[in-house]
Design a protein. Structure first.
Length: 201
């Protein structure tokens, strides 16, 4: 039986913060692999200047290439439309029926989990691996978990805060200024963005 991390997002673009987060969770939780899942259309937020899904998949594959324990799934891209986490986890559980899935997320998402579509299905299929930004977050998340999520059947692990906070919006807004953003991205991802003229205004 394997432990598989699931890290979803728009990845618009994927950056070093995403990779650090995945590595941290892999090390802390003993994950056998982490699957990155770019969403086709984010259900919870409007995404400004969203790159085409084919580009976001390619950037993710480029970013994870150095790590044999990372892979990219186009399960939500192929589904098209809005992808809900409970649907994705149902599909993944069919693919990995004997394995334990860990759904990786930050504080903002964790603190709204009870309002997601079919949260009980999410909790049935995956352990939540949540990462706070600071000690205050951790306190709020622990309270929310005990008070709201546990009664709904959730099983969560609230980790520490080791990862660099990187903003995809900042990267998109400054994509023409390599001195500001090139160190926030995998070198090959940055070159891919430049070559394909993505996020240029």
């Amino acid at each position: 039986m394997k432990k598989i991390g699931i890290l979803g997002g728009t990845f618009n673009p994927i950056h070093n913060g995403h990779i650090q987060l995945a590595r941290y969770c892999q090390n802390k939780l003993g994950l056998d692999k982490v699957i990155f899942i770019p969403t086709y259309t984010p259900p919870h937020k409007a995404s400004v200047n969203l790159a085409d899904s084919s580009h976001r998949i390619s950037m993710c594959k480029t970013a994870v290439l150095p790590d044999n324990n990372f892979e990219v799934s186009d399960i939500e891209i192929r589904r098209k439309g809005k992808s809900y986490t409970f649907e994705t986890l149902n599909s993944l559980k069919e693919l990995f029926p004997e394995d334990t899935l860990y759904l990786i997320m930050g504080a903002d998402m964790f603190l709204t989990l009870a309002d997601w579509k079919n949260p009980k299905v999410i909790f049935k299929n995956a352990i939540i691996a949540a990462i706070p930004r600071n000690d205050s977050d951790k306190s709020d998340m622990t309270d929310y978990y005990n008070r709201v999520l546990k009664p709904l059947g959730a099983n969560a692990v609230i980790l520490d805060n080791p990862v660099e906070q990187v903003s995809s919006t900042y990267i998109r807004d400054n994509i023409d200024k390599p001195e500001l953003v090139s160190n926030l991205l995998d070198k090959n991802v940055y070159e891919y963005i430049a070559k394909n003229n993505i996020y240029r205004k």
